[in-house]
Write a protein that binds this ligand. Structure first.
Ligand SMILES: Cc1ncc(COP(=O)(O)O)c(C=O)c1O
Length: 389
């Protein structure tokens, strides 16, 4: 693993998780379909025993993810991003405290609220880009006698707020707390939260890492052996385990991560610039635009601005809905990070935060030709504008 960490991330995505090199050895890891293993010794030895506890088809993916995040311990693959997130939230003790961005992925917020209801956990929602506000929440928690968990999403889904990860990690550790970062939007090629001070990183591998909208998978990573053990136990007991095909598909998708991210980011920058001056667009947000409130922070902390942008068309909600129906190339669908460009109005989900504007569209920019993407969006924006007063 340490050798892989020396490689450029673009190389690590290609080289990590290969079978040992030997004459006649396969270049790619095989898919092993077996629920159990021949074993006679102690099941706690770390050997393969039973596929809910571990399978060899997870291992190459877990090695590759660790290489990308520069984690010292292998990643833990989960059945979904939410599987990893639920396991990470289980690190919060009964009666503990969680500070979480008000614009986190809405299912993460729902999971945190469920924890609050059943385990007496106190949840404080914050504007994660406002470092002073988050620090004050950390101090209040410490004054109540807690070592809080700070949940970080950066950029947030869908409001694209960028958190000052190193400052927040320092403030959290100063009160004995733990930082858990959802790195789905940025990908490990865009930022490595463990190096910025996070204790645990979670991913929806479903998105950019797998990259083709054909697999649901998640992962958690940490450098801390005790946290690693707790997360592994949560996975084994909770049972949110990855299927071997899904693990294999995700690793196969990851091989082209660098190319996909490079292209989709390039497209996102072109689109953001086009939409910023567009007569039929009320507002556009992208961390790469100089007028984004945390543009400088994103430039300092990330090695790219990502491939998600948001826009509010003219025509309010009716316009936004007409726009999604009028698209021919962009796919009106939830999720993100696939090779295909897609978009959706986030408030169509009842669980979405009420502070997300009703007419806000979240765009996941894919790897198509940027001219084709612009042409399709432009004709749909014209339709939307017909709904403006
Ligand atoms: C930022 C973020 N985290 C986590 C998840 C959940 O991942 P999954 O759908 O793989 O469970 C999502 C899904 O949309 C997401 O956008």
């Amino acid at each position: 693993m340490s050798d892989l960490n020396q490689l450029h991330p673009d190389t690590a995505t290609v080289a990590a998780g290969r079978p040992a090199r030997a004459e006649q050895a396969p270049v790619n890891p095989p898919v092993v379909l077996s629920s159990t293993y021949v074993s006679t010794g102690s099941p706690d030895s770390g050997d393969l025993v039973y596929a809910r506890l571990g399978t060899e088809t997870w291992l190459p993916l877990e090695e590759a993810l660790a290489a990308l995040e520069h984690a010292e311990l292998p990643a833990l693959a989960f059945a979904s991003g939410m599987g990893a997130i639920s396991a990470a939230l289980d690190l919060v003790p009964v009666g503990g405290e969680v500070i979480i961005p008000r614009h986190s992925y809405h299912a993460s917020l729902v999971a945190a609220r469920h924890l609050a209801e059943r385990s007496g956990v106190r949840i404080t929602e914050v504007d994660i880009a406002e470092t002073d506000q988050v620090s004050a929440a950390l101090t209040s928690s410490a004054q109540r006698g807690h070592a809080p968990v700070l949940w970080v999403e950066s950029p947030t889904n869908p409001m694209l707020e960028v958190a000052d990860l190193p400052a927040l990690a320092e403030a959290t550790h100063a009160v004995g707390g733990l930082v858990i970062a959802d790195n789905t939007f940025a990908t490990p090629l865009g930022q490595r939260p463990l190096e910025l001070g996070a204790d645990v990183v979670v991913h929806s591998v479903t998105k950019y890492l797998a990259g083709h909208s054909d697999v649901i998978l998640g992962a958690a990573l940490t450098n801390d052996a005790s946290l690693h053990g707790q997360l592994r136990t949560r996975r084994s007991i909770g049972g949110a385990v990855a299927g071997p095909w899904e693990a294999w598909l995700a690793l196969r998708g990851m091989r082209t991560l660098a190319l996909r991210v490079q292209r989709s980011q390039q497209n996102a920058a072109i689109l953001a610039e086009h939409l910023a001056g567009h007569p039929q667009v009320a507002s556009v947000s992208y961390p790469g635009l100089p007028d984004h409130p945390q543009h400088e922070r994103a430039a300092a902390q990330m090695s790219g601005f990502g491939s998600i942008l948001t826009l509010r068309p003219l025509g309010a909600v009716a316009g936004a809905e007409a726009l999604t129906r009028s698209l021919r190339l962009w796919v009106p669908a939830t999720s993100l990070g696939g090779v295909e460009s897609s978009l959706e109005r986030r408030r169509r989900f009842a669980a979405e935060a009420p502070t997300v504007p009703e007419d806000l569209l979240r765009l996941s920019v894919g790897i198509e030709d940027s001219g084709d993407l612009i042409a399709d969006l432009d004709q749909a924006l014209q339709v939307a504008a017909q709904y403006s007063a």
